[in-house]
Structure formats: C-alpha cells, structure tokens
Design a protein around this ligand. Sequence first.
Ligand SMILES: Cc1ncc(C[n+]2csc(CCOP(=O)(O)OP(=O)(O)O)c2C)c(N)n1
Length: 520
Amino acid sequence: MNGAEALLRTLLDAGVEVCFTNPGTSEMHFVAALDRVPGMRCVLGLFEGVVTGAADGYARIARKPAATLLHLGPGLGNGLANLHNARRGDVAMVNIVGDHATYHLQYDTPLTSDVTAVAKPMSHWVHSSQSSEQLPQDAARAVGAARQAPGQVATLILPADVSWEECTAGPAAMPEPAAPRHVREEVVEQCAAALSCGEPALILLGGHVTDQDLELAGRIAAACGARLAAETFPARLPWGAGRVTCEKIPYIPEFALEHLKAVRRLVLVGARAPASFFAYPNLPGRLAHEECELLTLAEAYHDRIDALERLAEALHAQEAEPVRNPLALPALPDAGALSTGAVGDIIAALLPEQAIVVDEGITGGFDVFARTRTARTHEWLIQTGGSIGWGLPAATGAAIAAPGRKVVCLEGDGSAMYTIQALWTMAREQLDVTVVLFANRDYAILQFEYQRVGASGMGANARSMMHIGNPDIDFVALAQSLGVTATRAHDTAEFAAQFAAAMAAPGPRLIETMTPALGL
Ligand SMILES: Cc1ncc(C[n+]2csc(CCOP(=O)(O)OP(=O)(O)O)c2C)c(N)n1
C-alpha cells in the first residue's frame, strides 16, 4: 500500500466519503488510489472555487466534512475565496493539497510555492506531511481537526513522494474529537437574570442553527417575553411552516439599528455581537443600542444545546409553548411584470417540503427569504463570508449531501460568473438543483452601496464598473453549453410555469429571471 492509498483508507474510516477534486500531476497517485480503494465518491470541479465551495455546501447539510483535492499553491489559491466563506461559517472540511516531492523543491521549478503560507490565513489547521509512514496519522489528525466543534477548515499538504512511497503502517484511526465545551454555570445564571429582569430582551442565534436550538430558544423567549432572532448570515437556518418563529437581523444597518433599537438585553447564542457589514460615514458599527447589555450564553464552540437546556431550566421555560410559523402559501400572482417580490411569492408557493435554499441572490434574495417564512418546511444555507462565487458550488455540494431533497439556488448574475463552472458539475452528477438566476445585469448592491459610503456623483467609469450588461450574458445558452437545461422567464406567468416544472422533475435546471434590480 502506498501513502495515497493509506490516506484514502484513513479518510474513509473516519467517515469522509466524498472528495471534490481538481487534480494535477503531483496528485496523480491520489487519483490512482481512487480506483484502487472503493467507497470514495469523487466529484470533479472545473475550478478550485467550485471544489472548495462544494465541500462547504456538502458539510453544512451532511454535518460532516468532505475532502477536497487541490493542486499545489496556485490550485489552493484559486479555492481560497470559498475557504474564507467556510472558515467564517465554521464549516468542517479536509483539504488535501499536493506539493512537489520533498527532494524536488530544491530545484525551484515553476509550480513551487510556499503552500503552507497560502493555506494558513483560510485554514484553522495546516500540516505538511513529510513521510508515507506518518501520512495516515497526519490524515487522521486532519479529520479530527476538521470535526472539532463547531467545525474547522483543515489543510493537509501532501508532497508527491509522500503519496507514492510505501506505507507499511496502513490506515490510522481518527482521534475522538474533543466534546464541545460546556458553558459555566455563572454564565447561565447571568443570562437567566438578564432575561427575567423585565427589560426588553432578544435572544440571537448564529452559526449552524438547528431545529433543537430554535425549539429551546423559542421556549425561553416565550416564557420570558423576549424576542428571538437569527444573525444576518447564519451558516444554516431551518425555516418555513411549523418551525419556531424567529426574526433575522436585516443587512442594511439603518434597518438593523431600528430592529434592535428597543432591545436592552441581548443574549448571544453562537452569534457575534451584531455589527454592520461595512463601515459607513455617520453610522455606528455596533448595531445594538448603546444602553443594551450584551451577554454571551454560548460561543460557537460551546455545546449550545446544553447551554440552552440549562437556561430553559433556570427560567422554568421547559414547558413553554413557542410561537410557530403557520403554513400560508401565497397565491400565485396573475401575469405581470417580474420583480424580486413576485419571484419570492412564486418560490414560496411552490417550494417542496424539505427543500434546501442556497442563497447568493444578493439583492434578489432579500424578498425571497421574507416570503418563505410560511412556505412548506425547508432550510436555508446562507453566505457566511461575503465572498461571492459561493452559491452555485455550495448548491452542488448540498445536493450531493442530500439526495432526494430539492435544492433551490438563488443566484445573482454577477455572483454566478465567478464560479459558473459549477453548472457543469451539476450536469455531470445529475444533481437535483434549480438555479433561479436574477439577471438584473448590474452589480446592483454596489450601486446602492456607492452612495451610502459617501462616494459622490457617478460618472461613466464608475457606472461601467458596476454594470455587467454590454455585452449581455446569455445565461440560457451558457447553462445549456455546460449541460444544464435552461429557460428564460420574462414575466410572472412564465416564471411560475418554469419554476413549477422544475419542482416537478428532478435534475439540474436554470431559470434566468429578467428581474429589474430591487429598488433599494
Ligand atoms: C470575491 C468577491 N469579489 C467582489 C466582491 C464585491 N461584490 C459584492 S456584491 C458584488 C456584485 C454582486 O452582483 P450580483 O450577484 O449580480 O447581485 P446584485 O448586486 O445585482 O443583486 C460584488 C462585485 C465580493 N463580495 N467578493
């Protein structure tokens, strides 16, 4: 058995069953091992941003890491933007990054780079394996690091000779990941006191929000008369009918300030203190009122279920009945002009039970989220790091993690063009993803932000940096050339018919919606 084979067996033994790849010469022995070792589903992405984004979407749904296979420093570098999103979202992932053979680095050939330095800023854990005998142990440690709560990006660098040389040690067992830490009793007591002191309070959930989080937090909120909200960009959020009702902090800081204006006790559960995404002249970065006390019940790495259970007990809230979203499907709009709101209504009306919505709709997605609160029970995956080009890959990975569940990907046309190659992987793997593409032909959010940061006027140059028509991109032709069935919707009737058809049949689809930019 060579190093690559022992590595692969170690990954499989540790429950890593999917590998998103874009290999090169230094990874050929790993590729060969994919044939010799049965069990690893290997999925090719045609750009490394697709590979890392897909591993992100997969892990959010599967609740365990996938592996990626990337080609030296440049391949890893191409994947970094989506590793940033994964790192910001506490998403578990094991990157295997090939490197030159250890003895070859001295020749300083074209693909030589400091792979560790490239990996470090976007990884929680980095290690370069130096011997085939040690490789299985290193791989087991990498999976252990990835699975450490709340989830980490682990990068294992694999020199070509470490991959091809013999490994007599055989596969290694993953160390048992450390159990998530429990919060201290006095923290629970402080939060209980804050929630029962009579001041207006809000419980803020962040990160990978589960039904159990919502249930427990909903009971506490109901018992104390507190409000319940999710942060603006949670990694995962259960949503729709039957779920415990929660608000979401708006993206636009003026709205967020208004939203939080009355709150005097803010209890954070796996969420950071709310802050505006960017700095704006004349607006505070902190979104909570200056007289609001911030309390952290649980950090992302804590056992938040345990913390919420203890808080519920302290507040005698275990039997309280949380408020739940009713099932209320909007009527399909009559024929009319497309808008992001109309698209939202149609999606809300037709979204099937247990669907997964992947949101990189940017300005197109705002209206859909609000309207799906009373749609059939489903789940949202949301951009956690602000680096666009995540949506199509994440939808690809989510679909691989959830066969049998429909994935709907809301995608801005500008964002789509960063990692459009993901459509090819969707077609090749015949994934059940419907992409709703908002073709407003602008970087609409940037046009909006331009004035808000205080940039004055808008001349021809500035305008052309934020307009992506001229030439107009034909997403139907583009998707079809990558193997995905695609249609274009000009009005609500066309969109309703096309979206209904997409929901009725499995397989990859793209609907280019000719929506004007949201009038922000
Ligand atoms: C990697 C990366 N590059 C650039 C940006 C800056 N940026 C943020 S939104 C955006 C345009 C998004 O356009 P689109 O997806 O069409 O959505 P719209 O704003 O039109 O709703 C850009 C370029 C970013 N966030 N991430």
